[in-house]
Design a protein around this ligand. Structure first.
Ligand SMILES: Cc1cc2nc3c(=O)[nH]c(=O)nc-3n(C[C@H](O)[C@H](O)[C@H](O)COP(=O)(O)OP(=O)(O)OC[C@H]3O[C@@H](n4cnc5c(N)ncnc54)[C@H](O)[C@@H]3O)c2cc1C
Length: 281
């Protein structure tokens, strides 16, 4: 249908980004193709630690899934998006396809090394999330392409992640966020790490220097501080109603440190609850 309707047609998933844009007349699609009635598009399947999430899976279903219980960074993200109404309708496929610089899923999926399976007239292809998102609100999808599935690889033993986002109140996008994934050799020694920031660039910011500050190192307060400082330097925030550039940089440092501490504790086998941070709490 997308091929027949042409470039001005859009697919409708949860409608939590597209419908508000249409109400504001910022989007005026010539036709909507509703994905909600296509069977087998909403699922979460786990096999040998790999997780496959259908594009039409709602944030709320991921929040409550056994997969999110095993990979708590998925829960950190899904449980904090907006409010229950948005989480009950919004989908992970719609979120990555929208490529909103303030979206919660993209930094988390990049920290996890996830891939997007796309389908279209040219067949199916699998693209790492880091390459799928080209720019703000821009992806590799062609006009007749769809996101079919998100694939999260098995991170292996002694691996864990955490995601912390700061929001002014529940149903708004983050001011800044940090997704961290660590792989430990033992309780103290880090084998590998990924730090990805959200809302402080046109696309999620991968902080290579923060990973270098942790990789192959004994994890001390000094190493954590160096990683947080690297994140502050790598952030490229814009001043807006959420705060100044300086404020957002400071926030990035705090969020990176909190996410790192939670990820490290989880990698040691501790049960750590992580929730989004809200102003004034
Ligand atoms: C009040 C409010 C607060 C919000 N706060 C947050 C927040 O804090 N964090 C956050 O991450 N998000 C937030 N959102 C957005 C929410 O997460 C959306 O669910 C998400 O951005 C888009 O998913 P959707 O399923 O609703 O997509 P839709 O709105 O239906 O579609 C979005 C775009 O993606 C395209 N699309 C959808 N599915 C596919 C697919 N499978 N393949 C190809 N293209 C597709 C559509 O054509 C459209 O262009 C908020 C939304 C609202 C209304």
């Amino acid at each position: 249908m997308l091929g027949e309707l042409g470039e001005e047609a859009k697919v409708l998933a949860g409608g939590q980004s597209l419908i508000p844009l249409m109400k504001l007349r910022l989007a005026r699609p010539s036709a909507l193709v509703d994905l909600n009635h296509i069977p087998r598009t909403a699922y979460i399947e786990t096999q040998n630690g790999h997780v496959r999430i259908g594009a039409m899976t709602r944030h709320a279903d991921i929040e409550d899934s056994p997969a999110a219980a095993c990979i708590p960074i998925l829960h950190d993200c899904a449980a904090g998006i907006a409010d229950a109404q948005v989480r009950n309708m919004g989908t992970i496929g719609g979120s990555v396809a929208e490529a909103d610089p303030h979206g919660d899923w993209a930094p988390v999926l990049m920290a996890l090394g996830a891939e997007v399976e796309c389908i279209g007239p040219g067949g199916a292809r699998t693209v790492p999330v880091s390459q799928f998102i080209k720019d703000a609100f821009s992806t590799v999808l062609g006009p007749a392409d769809l996101v079919r599935e998100i694939r999260v690889p098995n991170a292996g033993p002694r691996s864990a992640g955490a995601y912390v986002a700061f929001k002014r109140c529940a149903p708004v996008y983050p001011t800044a966020s940090a997704a961290v994934e660590v792989k430990m050799l033992d309780d103290d020694f880090c084998q590998d790490a990924k730090v990805v920031l959200g809302s402080v660039g046109l696309t999620p910011v991968v902080v290579a220097e923060a990973a270098s500050a942790l990789r192959g190192q004994a994890i001390t307060p000094h190493a954590i501080r160096r990683a947080a400082e690297a994140a502050m330097s790598a952030a490229d925030p814009q001043a807006d109603l959420r705060g100044s550039v300086e404020y957002k940089r400071l926030l990035v440092g705090v969020l990176t440190e909190r996410a790192l501490l939670a990820a490290l504790a989880r990698a040691r086998g501790e049960r750590v609850e992580v929730a989004h941070e809200y102003a004034g709490r």
